[in-house]
Design a protein around this ligand. Structure first.
Ligand code: EPZ
Length: 417
């Protein structure tokens, strides 16, 4: 089993470029099914979930090819509308294929996507809203059977601004008869990127990034070429490496507009932020200060995916911080691991109280999920002594070669077998 070993204490300095956004490229890969043609997608990260998506596309008949960070998908010949269990379980967000397979084939059979480390990950909002497009959905034997001889537009209100449900609705309604209006949708930048991708293939969608999205059904979609937006969570994670080590890091190829809530939290911690055209720099020379309260919220609120890395930074603040995780029900699994490193954190339900300590000490810890694992790397960079992180396959799902990137910034970090 691979693990990451870190000798903490180095100040991180330097400049790195972040790859394309995992949470943008995954729905975009699902959208490649829609046009029955060629899809050229640039700036794709090389991650396990992306490979899992390519396996699903190949399974149903697409021709997929990767040339460096460019992925080419030809969806001319779809031969199946089933996604088998072993492929669905590979990746929690595989439910995102539902909308595009139904749009293209008018049928879809998917096994229930497995839950994951941060909670059961229900899909009730997905199914409830797809049914409002007159899609017949039966659930039995752990499978979802969908049938729609025609998909009819509707006026839909989401109970919660679910990212995945918003994306599934966009994919299912893009060739529906009529104009679909969806209210209380997710406003994440990845939703805007999906709208841009779909419109580039001939869709007529507007409103992404606001609470209301309008989808005018079209009958045909054509070939498309697109560049995926930068990964705002990966960028924020590397900035937290500068914050915790008192370093000075510049991230290029990133849009500061996408992470204003995270930048505000870094400033409250006493970090200096410098924003240019497409880069963000963070440095810290004074003592880390606590943040009164961080509440994870749908965009543009503080992103739940940055809750764990930010908690690592706050373990060394000069006072007490509170984090409330309002999005997922089980996203504090990194707390116990951080406490093995000397952090002082008390969890009550979805609220964590972080009392700053003078130092963390290196320890042997386990990554329990993607962002919690990244948080342990961030903590290890500042801890005194050696930190060994096991189960790093979780981290590799969202970060390309994290140890190489951090080593270029001066971290004493390596991946060992
Ligand atoms: C997306 O997950 C992201 N994944 C997550 O990133 C991210 O944390 C999340 O959005 C919130 O921003 C991808 O984009 C691939 P949701 P998603 O539907 O779509 C509940 C990462 O680390 N819910 O907005 O699954 C759900 O259980 C990952 O990169 C229902 O109850 O998020 C959760 O508590 C982790 N019923 C909340 O809503 C539903 O039908 C938010 O879920 C759907 C969701």
């Amino acid at each position: 089993m691979e693990k990451i070993v870190i000798a903490g204490g180095n100040r991180l300095e330097g400049e790195i470029k972040v790859n394309g956004a995992k949470n943008a490229v995954l729905p975009i890969l699902a959208a490649t099914i829609l046009n029955g043609g060629r899809n050229i997608i640039h700036n794709c990260p090389d991650l396990k979930d992306v490979s899992a998506s390519l396996q699903i596309l190949a399974y149903i008949g697409c021709k997929v090819e990767r040339q460096g960070t460019t992925i080419i998908v030809d969806s001319s010949n779809i031969k199946d509308y089933h996604i088998p269990e072993h492929l669905m379980r590979e990746m929690r967000s595989s439910v995102i294929f539902l909308g595009s397979i139904i749009s293209r084939c008018r049928k879809a059979v998917l096994s229930y996507p497995g839950g994951c480390e941060i909670g059961p990950r229900p899909i009730d909002l997905h199914l409830k809203s797809l049914r409002q497009l007159q899609i017949k959905i039966n659930e039995a034997h752990g499978y979802i059977y969908c049938d729609a001889n025609k998909i009819e537009a509707n006026d839909i209100n989401l109970n919660f601004p679910s990212v995945g449900a918003t994306e599934n609705l966009m994919l299912a309604a893009v060739m529906a008869e009529g104009t679909t209006i969806v209210r209380n949708v997710a406003k994440e930048p990845e939703i805007i990127d999906l709208q841009d991708y779909l419109n580039a293939m001939g869709a007529k969608i507007s409103g992404a990034g606001t609470s209301v999205i309008k989808i005018e059904g079209v009958s045909k979609l054509h070939d498309v070429e697109h560049t995926v937006i930068p990964d705002r969570i990966v960028a924020s994670t590397y900035l937290s490496a500068a914050a915790i080590t008192g370093g000075d890091i510049k991230i290029t190829n990133v849009n500061a507009e996408h992470i204003q809530a995270v930048l505000a939290a870094f400033k409250e911690c006493g970090c200096k932020i410098y924003i240019e055209e497409d880069s963000i720099a963070l440095s810290r020379t004074s003592k880390l200060q606590p943040v009164d309260v961080i509440r994870t919220l749908p965009h543009p609120g503080f992103p739940t995916d940055m809750q764990a890395p930010m908690m690592s930074v706050l373990t060394l603040a000069n006072g007490t911080s509170i984090i409330s995780e309002t999005i997922f029900e089980n996203r504090f699994k990194h707390v116990e691991e951080l406490m093995r490193m000397g952090a002082d954190i008390m969890v009550d339900g979805r609220v964590a109280v972080i009392r700053g300590v003078p130092k963390l000490t290196g320890a042997s810890v386990n990554a329990m999920d993607l962002r919690g694992g990244a948080a342990l790397v961030i903590a290890g960079l500042a801890a005194e002594g050696m930190t060994t992180i096991e189960c790093i396959h979780h981290i590799d799902r969202g970060y390309e070669k994290i140890e190489e990137k951090l080593r270029t910034l001066g971290a004493d970090i390596k991946r060992v077998n």
